[in-house]
Design a protein around this ligand. Structure first.
Ligand code: NDP
Length: 298
């Protein structure tokens, strides 16, 4: 007979389903804007030929089509100068028909991403990376334009009724776009998690992980977090998107997360890769675009 423990499996937090619900909930706000003659419009700037970036941008365009948001894509060549990228951003800033601006990362080597991000008007910064938007969050106000991936994780937790108040939350990764804002959102008043941020210098990561009620893995290394690091009954949010060569697939690759697949036998809740945090990130981008449009048409 199979022991009971070995057939336990985590609840899969379906980001695709939750993301579509969020997109549908934007419908009335879009209709209301359109009734005032305002058509929400997202401009996406992509530099170079990185295949993964092109897939992400296409997914964002498709989400705009689903939601009824106008999208414009601006393709810039790999060798373009920083100044030319900044000029493009300035042009979009002063175009009143554009409500949201996103510059797809990563940018080519030698381009200062922070400089480009901070050139976007804060009220058009739908990625939520501008220092004014991040600064507001650090001051304890999460009502503005938030970085899409951490905001998407918060929505998954909220809509799945996962209460992290007083719980140990471990975030692995301290990037500007995922780990760091994630830690602030989880520690804010009203959410009240007890947050630990781990990074490449962290010692005894496996031990810290075994005490975590919530693990958010944002590292960028395939299956880095091992199943036996996971606390039974915990929630695991796998942000990682890693391409693994797989010649049996037509595409030649498959996507895996930062967490070993066996973690789903131990955790209580887990996000899949793909179909977890990725679609939530896109749904939050749509939500930010509508918020930005509303702010600009007040
Ligand atoms: P970064 O490379 O900017 O950050 C990675 C973080 O992981 C760094 O803080 C780094 O530490 C830490 N790290 C690296 N090695 C270790 C280690 N051995 N032990 C502990 N920590 C380590 O990545 P991003 O935050 O941009 O992205 C992380 C992952 O999330 C990627 O797979 C990316 O593709 C994915 N992603 C997914 C999104 C989605 O929508 N699902 C959106 C954005 C990203 P240190 O700071 O010390 O270098």
């Amino acid at each position: 007979m199979v022991p009971f423990e070995s057939i336990m499996s985590a609840t899969v937090l379906d980001g695709k389903k939750i993301g579509r619900l969020i997109e549908e909930e934007l419908h009335n706000r879009i209709i209301s804007l359109q009734s005032k003659g305002v058509s929400p419009h997202l401009a996406v700037v992509i530099v170079g030929d990185d295949p993964a970036s092109h897939v992400y941008v296409r997914n964002k365009e498709m989400a705009c089509e689903r939601c009824g948001i106008q999208s414009t894509r601006i393709d810039l060549e790999e060798g373009i100068s920083e100044q030319e990228i900044l000029d493009t951003v300035h042009r979009l800033n002063s175009d009143d028909s554009v409500h949201g601006i996103l510059v797809q990362s990563p940018l080519p080597d030698g381009i200062n991403e922070s400089l480009v991000t901070d050139a976007i008007s804060p009220e058009k910064d739908v990625d939520g990376f501008h220092k004014m938007n991040l600064g507001r969050l650090v001051q304890g106000d999460a009502s503005g334009l938030l970085p899409c991936t951490p905001a998407g994780v918060m929505k998954i937790l909220e809509l799945s009724n996962i209460d992290v108040s007083g719980k140990n939350a471990l975030i692995i990764g301290r990037s500007r776009i995922v780990g760091m804002p994630m830690s602030i959102l989880l520690a804010q008043r009203g959410i009240d998690a007890t947050v630990t941020i781990a990074h490449s210098r962290t010692e005894n990561l496996s031990e810290i992980c075994r005490r975590a009620d919530l693990v958010v893995a944002a590292i960028g290394r395939p299956e880095f977090v091992k199943s036996d690091w996971i606390k039974p009954g915990s929630t695991v949010i796998d942000v990682g998107i890693n391409r693994i060569i797989d010649s049996s697939r037509k595409s030649g690759y498959r996507l895996v997360g930062d967490v070993e697949s066996g973690a789903s036998d131990i955790a209580e809740n887990i996000t899949p890769v793909p179909g977890g945090v990725g679609p939530m990130t896109i749904a939050m981008l749509m939500s930010n675009t509508i918020m930005a449009t509303e702010i600009q048409s007040q």
